[in-house]
Design a protein around this ligand. Structure first.
Ligand code: HEC
Length: 90
């Protein structure tokens, strides 16, 4: 019983770390490559173009491809996660 509780707490702890890492990775990638042209006001303006999570992901891909950056899929996911948590909130 006790062991089971400790185990689930541990599991929770590690999944929180995994989620946090993605978020922080996304924040860092974004800071490094994505703040040159637009600041974050673009993401929260009234007439923003991106209206759904899949659209956000393809927009991240689109901007990244335009810049010629090579990111792995999980890095695209991290930036999408970061932008969604911080600004879009779909
Ligand atoms: C070379 C300049 C440039 C860079 C660097 C750039 N973008 Fe963009 N981005 C644009 C332009 C231009 C738009 C379209 C703005 C508009 O619609 O008025 C845009 C729009 C966006 C939007 C949609 C905003 C909305 O209206 O909802 C997102 C999201 C976005 N960019 C993400 C990124 C990400 C992530 C990166 C880093 C990989 C990045 N951008 C780097 C030029 C750039």
């Amino acid at each position: 019983m006790m062991l089971k509780t400790m185990f689930s707490l541990l599991l929770l702890f590690f999944s929180a770390i995994a989620m946090g890492a993605d978020y922080i990775q996304g924040e860092q990638l974004h800071m490094k490559s994505c703040t040159g042209c637009h600041d974050s006001a673009l993401y929260t303006r009234d007439n923003r173009r991106v209206q759904s999570l899949p659209k956000l992901q393809s927009q991240v891909r689109f901007c990244k491809d335009n810049l010629g950056i090579t990111w792995f899929d999980d890095e695209v996911d991290s930036v999408t996660l970061y932008l969604n948590n911080e600004f879009y909130k779909f």
